[in-house]
Design a protein around this ligand. Structure first.
Ligand code: AKB
Length: 323
Protein backbone atom coordinates (compact mmCIF):
# COMPACT_ATOMS: atom_id res chain seq x y z
CA UNK A 1 0.00 0.00 0.00
CA UNK A 2 1.35 3.42 -0.99
CA UNK A 3 1.27 6.46 1.32
CA UNK A 4 1.69 9.55 -0.81
CA UNK A 5 2.81 13.06 0.14
CA UNK A 6 2.15 15.85 -2.38
CA UNK A 7 4.11 19.02 -1.61
CA UNK A 8 2.72 22.03 -3.47
CA UNK A 9 -0.74 20.44 -3.33
CA UNK A 10 -2.66 23.68 -3.81
CA UNK A 11 -0.98 24.62 -7.09
CA UNK A 12 -2.21 24.13 -10.65
CA UNK A 13 -0.84 20.58 -10.98
CA UNK A 14 -0.91 19.67 -7.28
CA UNK A 15 -4.63 20.21 -6.76
CA UNK A 16 -5.63 17.93 -9.66
CA UNK A 17 -2.90 15.39 -8.89
CA UNK A 18 -4.13 15.04 -5.29
CA UNK A 19 -7.64 14.37 -6.59
CA UNK A 20 -6.40 11.71 -9.01
CA UNK A 21 -4.17 10.05 -6.40
CA UNK A 22 -7.00 10.08 -3.87
CA UNK A 23 -9.33 8.38 -6.37
CA UNK A 24 -6.70 5.72 -6.98
CA UNK A 25 -5.21 5.10 -3.53
CA UNK A 26 -7.96 6.27 -1.16
CA UNK A 27 -8.23 9.59 0.67
CA UNK A 28 -6.55 8.25 3.82
CA UNK A 29 -3.39 7.41 1.89
CA UNK A 30 -2.82 10.86 0.44
CA UNK A 31 -1.32 13.77 2.37
CA UNK A 32 -1.75 17.18 0.74
CA UNK A 33 0.85 19.74 1.88
CA UNK A 34 1.38 23.38 1.01
CA UNK A 35 2.43 26.65 2.63
CA UNK A 36 -1.13 28.02 2.72
CA UNK A 37 -4.22 27.19 4.76
CA UNK A 38 -5.87 23.75 4.72
CA UNK A 39 -6.96 22.73 1.25
CA UNK A 40 -7.63 19.01 0.90
CA UNK A 41 -8.65 18.40 -2.76
CA UNK A 42 -10.19 15.11 -1.68
CA UNK A 43 -7.30 13.92 0.51
CA UNK A 44 -8.04 13.04 4.13
CA UNK A 45 -4.88 14.75 5.41
CA UNK A 46 -3.48 18.26 5.11
CA UNK A 47 -0.19 19.59 6.45
CA UNK A 48 0.94 23.19 6.31
CA UNK A 49 4.51 22.73 5.09
CA UNK A 50 7.40 24.73 3.67
CA UNK A 51 9.53 22.36 1.58
CA UNK A 52 12.59 24.36 2.66
CA UNK A 53 12.02 23.14 6.24
CA UNK A 54 13.74 19.80 5.84
CA UNK A 55 13.19 18.67 9.46
CA UNK A 56 9.46 19.10 9.17
CA UNK A 57 9.36 17.33 5.79
CA UNK A 58 11.15 14.39 7.48
CA UNK A 59 8.73 14.46 10.45
CA UNK A 60 5.70 14.31 8.13
CA UNK A 61 7.23 11.48 6.07
CA UNK A 62 7.85 9.53 9.31
CA UNK A 63 4.48 10.28 10.88
CA UNK A 64 2.48 9.10 7.85
CA UNK A 65 4.95 6.33 6.85
CA UNK A 66 5.17 7.94 3.39
CA UNK A 67 6.38 5.80 0.46
CA UNK A 68 6.11 8.34 -2.37
CA UNK A 69 6.72 12.10 -2.50
CA UNK A 70 5.67 14.47 -5.27
CA UNK A 71 7.65 17.72 -4.78
CA UNK A 72 5.82 20.32 -6.88
CA UNK A 73 6.51 23.57 -4.97
CA UNK A 74 8.32 26.00 -7.30
CA UNK A 75 8.40 29.49 -8.80
CA UNK A 76 7.73 29.38 -12.57
CA UNK A 77 9.38 31.20 -15.48
CA UNK A 78 7.76 34.64 -15.18
CA UNK A 79 7.53 34.96 -11.38
CA UNK A 80 11.04 33.50 -11.15
CA UNK A 81 12.44 36.41 -13.20
CA UNK A 82 10.87 38.85 -10.71
CA UNK A 83 12.70 37.20 -7.78
CA UNK A 84 15.63 35.15 -9.15
CA UNK A 85 17.30 34.40 -5.81
CA UNK A 86 14.02 33.31 -4.23
CA UNK A 87 13.28 31.12 -7.27
CA UNK A 88 16.72 29.51 -7.16
CA UNK A 89 16.49 28.88 -3.41
CA UNK A 90 13.00 27.37 -3.53
CA UNK A 91 13.46 25.37 -6.73
CA UNK A 92 16.91 23.97 -5.89
CA UNK A 93 16.79 23.57 -2.12
CA UNK A 94 13.27 22.15 -2.25
CA UNK A 95 14.52 19.43 -4.57
CA UNK A 96 17.78 18.88 -2.67
CA UNK A 97 15.90 18.47 0.60
CA UNK A 98 13.75 15.63 -0.67
CA UNK A 99 16.66 13.99 -2.51
CA UNK A 100 18.71 14.02 0.71
CA UNK A 101 15.80 12.65 2.76
CA UNK A 102 15.34 9.86 0.16
CA UNK A 103 19.08 9.11 0.22
CA UNK A 104 19.11 8.78 4.02
CA UNK A 105 15.97 6.66 4.08
CA UNK A 106 17.27 4.41 1.31
CA UNK A 107 20.39 3.77 3.38
CA UNK A 108 18.18 2.99 6.39
CA UNK A 109 16.19 0.43 4.33
CA UNK A 110 13.09 2.66 4.02
CA UNK A 111 13.16 3.66 0.32
CA UNK A 112 11.10 6.56 -1.01
CA UNK A 113 9.98 7.00 -4.61
CA UNK A 114 10.16 10.65 -5.72
CA UNK A 115 8.56 12.73 -8.44
CA UNK A 116 9.90 16.16 -9.32
CA UNK A 117 8.72 18.21 -12.32
CA UNK A 118 11.17 19.49 -14.91
CA UNK A 119 9.99 21.68 -17.79
CA UNK A 120 10.54 22.64 -21.42
CA UNK A 121 12.13 25.72 -19.80
CA UNK A 122 15.28 23.63 -19.30
CA UNK A 123 15.89 24.07 -23.05
CA UNK A 124 17.26 27.24 -24.63
CA UNK A 125 17.88 29.16 -27.84
CA UNK A 126 20.47 26.68 -29.15
CA UNK A 127 18.25 23.64 -28.57
CA UNK A 128 16.83 22.25 -31.85
CA UNK A 129 13.33 23.73 -31.71
CA UNK A 130 11.36 21.25 -33.79
CA UNK A 131 10.86 17.74 -32.42
CA UNK A 132 13.43 18.52 -29.72
CA UNK A 133 15.18 15.22 -28.93
CA UNK A 134 15.52 13.78 -25.45
CA UNK A 135 19.24 14.55 -25.46
CA UNK A 136 19.92 18.01 -26.83
CA UNK A 137 21.86 21.21 -26.17
CA UNK A 138 20.35 22.86 -23.10
CA UNK A 139 21.15 26.54 -22.54
CA UNK A 140 18.16 27.92 -20.56
CA UNK A 141 17.86 31.69 -20.26
CA UNK A 142 15.56 32.01 -17.21
CA UNK A 143 16.40 31.29 -13.58
CA UNK A 144 13.50 28.82 -13.61
CA UNK A 145 14.95 27.01 -16.61
CA UNK A 146 18.43 27.01 -15.08
CA UNK A 147 17.00 25.50 -11.88
CA UNK A 148 15.25 22.82 -13.96
CA UNK A 149 18.41 21.97 -15.87
CA UNK A 150 20.46 21.79 -12.65
CA UNK A 151 17.64 19.83 -10.99
CA UNK A 152 17.72 17.25 -13.77
CA UNK A 153 21.46 16.78 -13.19
CA UNK A 154 20.84 16.39 -9.44
CA UNK A 155 18.15 13.76 -10.03
CA UNK A 156 20.45 11.76 -12.28
CA UNK A 157 23.30 12.15 -9.76
CA UNK A 158 21.25 10.95 -6.77
CA UNK A 159 20.01 7.98 -8.79
CA UNK A 160 23.42 6.89 -10.06
CA UNK A 161 25.34 7.57 -6.81
CA UNK A 162 22.77 6.68 -4.16
CA UNK A 163 20.13 4.68 -6.06
CA UNK A 164 17.41 7.22 -5.18
CA UNK A 165 14.32 6.27 -7.23
CA UNK A 166 13.53 9.73 -8.59
CA UNK A 167 11.48 10.30 -11.75
CA UNK A 168 10.69 13.40 -13.75
CA UNK A 169 8.92 14.82 -16.79
CA UNK A 170 9.78 17.93 -18.78
CA UNK A 171 6.27 19.35 -18.66
CA UNK A 172 5.10 21.41 -21.62
CA UNK A 173 2.74 24.31 -20.83
CA UNK A 174 -0.15 22.75 -18.90
CA UNK A 175 -3.67 23.89 -19.81
CA UNK A 176 -6.40 23.50 -17.21
CA UNK A 177 -9.62 25.15 -16.09
CA UNK A 178 -9.75 24.44 -12.33
CA UNK A 179 -6.86 26.15 -10.51
CA UNK A 180 -5.25 29.21 -12.05
CA UNK A 181 -1.69 28.78 -13.33
CA UNK A 182 1.06 30.35 -11.26
CA UNK A 183 3.10 32.84 -13.27
CA UNK A 184 4.34 30.99 -16.35
CA UNK A 185 5.05 32.03 -19.95
CA UNK A 186 2.49 29.53 -21.28
CA UNK A 187 -0.37 30.96 -19.16
CA UNK A 188 -1.82 32.84 -22.14
CA UNK A 189 -3.25 29.53 -23.35
CA UNK A 190 -5.50 29.47 -20.27
CA UNK A 191 -6.32 33.18 -19.97
CA UNK A 192 -7.49 33.23 -23.61
CA UNK A 193 -10.35 30.84 -22.79
CA UNK A 194 -11.58 33.00 -19.92
CA UNK A 195 -11.59 36.06 -22.23
CA UNK A 196 -13.45 34.11 -24.94
CA UNK A 197 -16.03 32.98 -22.41
CA UNK A 198 -16.59 36.56 -21.15
CA UNK A 199 -16.90 37.96 -24.68
CA UNK A 200 -13.70 40.03 -24.27
CA UNK A 201 -10.90 40.71 -26.76
CA UNK A 202 -7.84 38.87 -25.45
CA UNK A 203 -4.64 40.98 -25.30
CA UNK A 204 -2.02 38.31 -25.99
CA UNK A 205 1.49 38.94 -24.65
CA UNK A 206 2.99 36.58 -27.26
CA UNK A 207 3.07 37.11 -31.02
CA UNK A 208 0.60 35.24 -33.27
CA UNK A 209 3.05 32.60 -34.52
CA UNK A 210 4.76 31.67 -31.25
CA UNK A 211 4.37 27.89 -31.30
CA UNK A 212 4.94 26.13 -27.98
CA UNK A 213 4.52 22.56 -26.70
CA UNK A 214 1.41 22.24 -24.51
CA UNK A 215 -0.50 19.48 -22.77
CA UNK A 216 -4.04 19.27 -21.40
CA UNK A 217 -4.20 18.62 -17.64
CA UNK A 218 -5.83 15.15 -17.80
CA UNK A 219 -2.96 13.99 -20.05
CA UNK A 220 -0.37 15.63 -17.75
CA UNK A 221 -1.81 13.89 -14.69
CA UNK A 222 -2.00 10.56 -16.50
CA UNK A 223 1.64 10.90 -17.66
CA UNK A 224 2.77 11.67 -14.12
CA UNK A 225 0.97 8.74 -12.52
CA UNK A 226 1.94 6.32 -15.31
CA UNK A 227 5.60 7.25 -14.91
CA UNK A 228 5.39 6.76 -11.15
CA UNK A 229 3.75 3.35 -11.58
CA UNK A 230 6.35 2.02 -14.03
CA UNK A 231 8.69 -0.63 -12.58
CA UNK A 232 12.04 0.97 -11.70
CA UNK A 233 14.05 -1.21 -14.08
CA UNK A 234 12.15 0.23 -17.06
CA UNK A 235 13.03 3.83 -16.23
CA UNK A 236 16.14 4.45 -18.33
CA UNK A 237 16.12 8.23 -17.97
CA UNK A 238 16.69 9.67 -14.52
CA UNK A 239 17.05 13.31 -15.58
CA UNK A 240 13.55 13.99 -17.02
CA UNK A 241 11.51 12.59 -19.89
CA UNK A 242 10.32 14.63 -22.87
CA UNK A 243 6.53 14.21 -22.98
CA UNK A 244 4.65 15.63 -25.97
CA UNK A 245 1.00 16.62 -25.83
CA UNK A 246 0.23 19.00 -28.67
CA UNK A 247 1.78 22.16 -30.15
CA UNK A 248 0.06 25.32 -31.33
CA UNK A 249 0.48 29.09 -31.68
CA UNK A 250 -1.84 31.84 -30.38
CA UNK A 251 -3.14 32.25 -33.95
CA UNK A 252 -3.98 28.55 -34.24
CA UNK A 253 -5.60 28.50 -30.81
CA UNK A 254 -7.70 31.54 -31.71
CA UNK A 255 -8.90 29.80 -34.88
CA UNK A 256 -9.82 26.72 -32.88
CA UNK A 257 -11.75 28.80 -30.29
CA UNK A 258 -13.62 30.63 -33.10
CA UNK A 259 -15.17 27.34 -34.18
CA UNK A 260 -17.16 27.52 -30.93
CA UNK A 261 -17.14 31.30 -30.27
CA UNK A 262 -17.17 32.84 -33.79
CA UNK A 263 -17.07 36.46 -32.53
CA UNK A 264 -13.96 35.87 -30.37
CA UNK A 265 -11.09 38.28 -31.07
CA UNK A 266 -7.47 38.65 -30.01
CA UNK A 267 -4.92 41.49 -30.16
CA UNK A 268 -1.18 40.93 -30.07
CA UNK A 269 0.94 42.92 -27.63
CA UNK A 270 4.18 40.96 -27.17
CA UNK A 271 6.08 41.88 -23.98
CA UNK A 272 9.10 40.55 -22.02
CA UNK A 273 7.58 37.04 -22.08
CA UNK A 274 8.11 36.83 -25.84
CA UNK A 275 11.88 36.39 -25.41
CA UNK A 276 11.31 33.52 -22.97
CA UNK A 277 8.86 31.80 -25.35
CA UNK A 278 11.25 32.31 -28.28
CA UNK A 279 13.97 30.41 -26.39
CA UNK A 280 11.80 27.31 -25.90
CA UNK A 281 11.09 24.43 -28.31
CA UNK A 282 8.12 24.39 -30.70
CA UNK A 283 7.56 20.64 -30.36
CA UNK A 284 9.07 17.66 -28.54
CA UNK A 285 10.21 14.19 -29.54
CA UNK A 286 8.98 11.86 -26.80
CA UNK A 287 10.20 8.56 -28.28
CA UNK A 288 11.95 7.59 -25.03
CA UNK A 289 8.81 8.04 -22.89
CA UNK A 290 6.83 5.98 -25.42
CA UNK A 291 9.41 3.21 -25.49
CA UNK A 292 10.17 3.04 -21.75
CA UNK A 293 6.74 3.42 -20.16
CA UNK A 294 4.24 3.38 -23.00
CA UNK A 295 3.38 7.08 -23.01
CA UNK A 296 1.05 8.44 -25.66
CA UNK A 297 -0.90 11.70 -25.59
CA UNK A 298 -4.66 11.29 -25.80
CA UNK A 299 -6.10 14.78 -26.17
CA UNK A 300 -5.89 16.90 -29.33
CA UNK A 301 -6.64 20.59 -29.91
CA UNK A 302 -10.32 20.31 -30.77
CA UNK A 303 -11.14 18.19 -27.72
CA UNK A 304 -9.11 20.51 -25.48
CA UNK A 305 -10.87 23.66 -26.75
CA UNK A 306 -14.31 22.11 -26.47
CA UNK A 307 -13.65 20.86 -22.94
CA UNK A 308 -12.05 24.10 -21.71
CA UNK A 309 -14.92 26.26 -22.99
CA UNK A 310 -17.58 23.94 -21.58
CA UNK A 311 -15.96 23.79 -18.15
CA UNK A 312 -15.25 27.52 -17.88
CA UNK A 313 -18.85 28.23 -18.91
CA UNK A 314 -20.15 25.74 -16.33
CA UNK A 315 -18.03 27.22 -13.51
CA UNK A 316 -18.92 30.83 -14.37
CA UNK A 317 -22.60 29.76 -14.39
CA UNK A 318 -22.11 28.19 -10.97
CA UNK A 319 -20.47 31.42 -9.71
CA UNK A 320 -23.39 33.53 -10.93
CA UNK A 321 -25.76 31.11 -9.31
CA UNK A 322 -23.93 31.32 -5.97
CA UNK A 323 -23.75 35.16 -6.06
C1 AKB B 1 6.00 28.19 -17.52
O1 AKB B 1 5.49 28.75 -18.51
O2 AKB B 1 6.86 28.73 -16.80
C2 AKB B 1 5.56 26.79 -17.18
C3 AKB B 1 6.47 25.79 -17.80
C4 AKB B 1 6.47 25.60 -19.26
O3 AKB B 1 7.19 25.12 -17.10
N1 AKB B 1 4.22 26.58 -17.61
Amino acid sequence: MERILVIGASGQIGSELVEALTAKHGAANVIAADIGPRSLHGAANYEMLDVLDSNRVTQIIDRYRVTQVYQLAALLSVTGEQAPLKAWTLNMNGLLNILEIARERGQAGKPLRLFWPSSIAAFGPHTPAIDTPQLAVMDPTTIYGISKQAGERLCEYYFSKFNVDVRSIRYPGIISHRSPPGGGTTDYAIAIFHAAQKGEIYPCYLGPDTTLPMIYMPDAIRATIELMETPADRIRIRSAYNVAGLSFSPRELTQAIRQYVPEFDISYQPDHRQAIADSWPHSLDDTCARADWGWHAGIGLQQLVEDMLANIKASSGALHHAA
